[in-house]
Design a protein around this ligand. Sequence first.
Ligand SMILES: NC(=O)C1=CN([C@@H]2O[C@H](COP(=O)(O)OP(=O)(O)OC[C@H]3O[C@@H](n4cnc5c(N)ncnc54)[C@H](OP(=O)(O)O)[C@@H]3O)[C@@H](O)[C@H]2O)C=CC1
Ligand SMILES: O=C1O[C@H](COP(=O)(O)O)[C@@H](O)[C@H](O)[C@H]1O
Length: 573
Amino acid sequence: MALSSPKCSSSWFALRPSPAHRSRRVAASSPSLSGPHLPRRFFSKWISSQSPRNRRWNVASMHDAISVEEYRDLAGLNTRENSTVSITVVGASGDLAKKKIFPALFALYYEDCLPEHFTIFGYARSKMTDAELRSMVSRTLTCRIDKRENCSEKMEQFLGRCFYHSGQYDSEENFAELDKKLKEHESGRLSNRLFYLSIPPNIFMDAVKCASKSASSSNGWTRVIVEKPFGQDSESSAALTQGLKQYLVEDQIFRIDHYLGKELVENLSVLRFSNLVFEPLWSRQYIRNVQLIFSEDFGTEGRGGYFDNYGIIRDIMQNHLLQILALFAMETPVSLDAEDIRNEKVKVLRSMKPLQLEDIVIGQYKSHTKGGITYPAYTDDMTVPRDSRTPTFAAAALFVDNARWDGVPFLMKAGKALHTRRTEIRVQFRHVPGNLYRSFGTDLDRATNELVIRVQPDEAIYLKINNKIPGLGMRLDRSHLNLLYATRYSKEIPDAYERLLLDAIEGERRLFIRSDELEAAWALFTPLLKELEEKSISPELYPYGSRGPVGAHYLAAKYKVQWGDLSSEHYKI
Ligand SMILES: NC(=O)C1=CN([C@@H]2O[C@H](COP(=O)(O)OP(=O)(O)OC[C@H]3O[C@@H](n4cnc5c(N)ncnc54)[C@H](OP(=O)(O)O)[C@@H]3O)[C@@H](O)[C@H]2O)C=CC1
Ligand SMILES: O=C1O[C@H](COP(=O)(O)O)[C@@H](O)[C@H](O)[C@H]1O
């Protein structure tokens, strides 16, 4: 029996954490984007009437100022009738906007998850009319839940709420023109504004500055979603954070890591903290190693120019895989409140040792011909220098230096142009002491239990167990307790961007990266990245479509680990 229905228009929406349950630590003095603030004492009477859980938080920040927006929100004045949400996609002509952002907004609209009064604006330098934007967007919209008949009608309605303004990213004047248009659409209602920075990082600051000065809301909230990369190392990331904080307070910055919006990643905490069978095993006492595996079966096609400046360690490991690791390894948070969760994640990251050169293997894909088709080398990409040493594959061993995880290797593997597309979390347990069944056909040292959380594709959670083969004799084999999502749940899984956009609109920060998390994450990788660059270490070449460099096996073997994704059982599922 399902516990909830994943539908905004019905109970699912009601089951999402309510705004009153979210943390709102508002800075005492706020930069221009945050709107006016009022002393908190005005609201103490109202606050004392709230539930104990809310009160705990509110009392904690009693000395802060409270924003008008926050007051209206807390007091329930930001109602559907008198408030609007304007979403501006900055860089609307780009790849991410077309591929992910507009489709996600449409899916939210289709599911009745957007507020009653909302407007979407595309903003970019390209010249486009509203009609041209709609035509561009319409090409990427799909009727995801296509069983319902009214999809094309919904599409038309959605497109009717999309508009475009052409402007430069560094022009306060152009953003002031946008502001004027936004106001017209807001029709005097309370204005809440979300800016999604879907632009290259070198122009983030220009856009934030101009949006801040010329297009922030005067009476509601203003939030900015920032896309990765958040810098290239500790220094550049700190500079970006500092730059953003000239115009925004931390609570207005929504740093997106779309892996946090993936269903199975969000489910990690549910699995751990709501099932008695897992949490007691979640430590060095029972877990031998944890593997975080990201594999893509295509190269950097089309994104080589961007990728060559970053490489796979910055592109995947430092953010997506490390975020999963932090969620996996954190202690039980005090509550599901964003700050409580992020506090625990930061503690894990700070407990980790910076990655060492001897604990990393890097690779780069080379050309390979198979079945008459020649697949290109990374350096065949016209936008990549022929002598590039940028890794397209990396395997690493990391350690969490605390009482729970002391000595447990957390192995990461990430690669492009490999044999398969797959993201998994694999937990290999210790062997059963005593080996009572050793003589019955199974080497229990090798056949340890393994929990696999397959993030994508074909989302699944399965546990490998040893089981008696039915019959009069006593022989064991390895079987799977298998929760395959497609079989268990009929509902299509929402795209990560849908969840994250909805959270940003609702002010839910749990799945976004806080600046101290980012700082701790970069501290783990920056020394190694510098060493790789200073020593000009050459990546091991691996053929396009292969399983990656053999060095990854030696690294795992050093810690007495075998990569779980290479075992034959894997393919039975
Ligand atoms: N694409 C993806 O799959 C992913 C992207 N990201 C991140 O999201 C952001 C957007 O990505 P994506 O859409 O691929 O980016 P694009 O390269 O497509 O750029 C988006 C828009 O920005 C404008 N632009 C591009 N280059 C410049 C420049 N040098 N100076 C000024 N404006 C420029 C262009 O619009 P115009 O010329 O009309 O102004 C372009 O349409 C980036 O930060 C990227 O790292 C993160 C994860 C995945
Ligand atoms: O952030 C990124 O993620 C994509 C992979 O995302 P997925 O949701 O399709 O798994 C990756 O291809 C890209 O290089 C990277 O920048």
